[in-house]
Unconditional design. Structure first.
Length: 94
């Protein structure tokens, strides 16, 4: 006597494995995307602590991140004072 409930269709097993493989692939893709996003945020935070223009004022408080040392002054939050800008402009136009 054969027990009908014990029979397992091999095609059903293959289908279950295919579905599981697709679910695992979707989960791996999702977590890789999340890791990529958190890495991007961390890089931005490190960039904020850096000093792009070399005037010894960190990027996140530097109001003029493109004004290089020695023009960028701490007392002007990394910006040049107007007299220095005028002198630079005068030197550039003459
Ligand atoms: Ca700076």
């Amino acid at each position: 006597m054969k027990n009908k409930k014990a029979e397992v269709d091999p095609i059903k097993i293959i289908m279950i494995f295919v579905i599981l493989a697709v679910v695992v692939a979707i989960l791996i893709y999702y977590f890789n995307t999340q890791i990529g996003k958190s890495k991007e945020i961390t890089e931005k935070q490190f960039d904020a602590l850096g000093d792009e223009d070399g005037d010894n004022i960190a990027n996140f408080i530097d109001k003029c991140p493109d004004v290089k040392s020695p023009m960028g002054k701490p007392e002007f939050d990394g910006c040049a004072d107007q007299a220095a800008l005028d002198a630079a402009e005068k030197a550039g136009t003459e």
